[in-house]
Design a protein around this ligand. Sequence first.
Ligand code: ADP
Ligand code: TRP
Length: 324
Amino acid sequence: MMKRVLSGIQPSGRLHIGNYLGAIRQHIASQDDPHVDRFFFLANYHSLTTINDADTLRELTLDVARTYLALGLDPKRSLLFLQSDVPEVCELTWILSTLTPMGLLQRCVSYKDKVARGIQSNHGLFAYPVLQAADILIYDSHYVPVGADQKQHLEVCRDVAIKFNLTYGDTLVVPDAVIRDEVAVIPGIDGQKMSKSYNNTIDMFGSDKELKAQVMSIVTDSKGLDEPKDPDTCNVFALYKFFATADEQAEMAERYRAGGYGYGHAKLELLAKLKAYFGPFREKYLQLASHPDDVIDVLKTCGLKARTTASETMARVRSAVGIF
Ligand code: ADP
Ligand code: TRP
């Protein structure tokens, strides 16, 4: 049987180059693997834990979908769909909830972090990992590629699946997390992890002016133009490395060390790289932005296919637990 890769991303903000390098790029590259099929979905039910404005959620959902499509997600080789187009996931969430120990959820650091950051505590935020477990289990997923921050949620999912199988007999596929520990944390313009929550992102598809403003505001030390500089502690160089060849990196590092080369120069080189890299994707993105119906069509068509798989799992689950 073909193995299934599944991952979800919350449409809770515009995607940035940290998301691209840390997640989307790998999702898209996996399309070349003939041994797996791929389900990618936009976790819009999850986003309701932090977004309470309908227009904002709709706009961000479309934006994330068109970003994936523009960057190369090919609906012929991968499904791209909305979590909410498979409402059975909520039914499975409830059934799994009845097997999820409170202590397991109370230990989840992501809930505690979010509350500490001032996000309103509510049952949805607390039960978030159970919905995530349902997302994974309803499609019989084998591999779930996620960032290191999601490791604990994957453990909850595995624990709950194992408990279900022990309680009701073998019904659910117990998935493996594929944790991208090896993926570097991409720094934002202030040097912290790039994150929409920190307002330090470089966007993929902003206008030239916006992109330039973001790149020019990357924080550096205050060394003057003539002074030699250390590329290995510089945020501009750290970002440049992701988009430059080995030779180009060596050349820039050399110029840093020699002196007579300012951070402004390095920023302009980074800007040129970003424009060259994302330029062609941006055209596709803008084209999709003016054809929202095409994007919705892809989501709905893929959603129907995903729902067929989910219905099969739910039939097994209902029968296992004794629901007619
Ligand atoms: P954000 O931090 O902007 O809210 P999310 O937590 O929604 O981003 O992350 C979505 C995906 O992008 C996750 O798989 C996460 O691991 C990845 N990601 C986000 N920011 C970075 C970063 N700075 N470096 C590497 N990967 C990242
Ligand atoms: N919680 C994940 C995140 O914030 C998004 C997500 C929801 C997810 N459901 C999932 C990821 C299922 C993988 C599998 O990044």
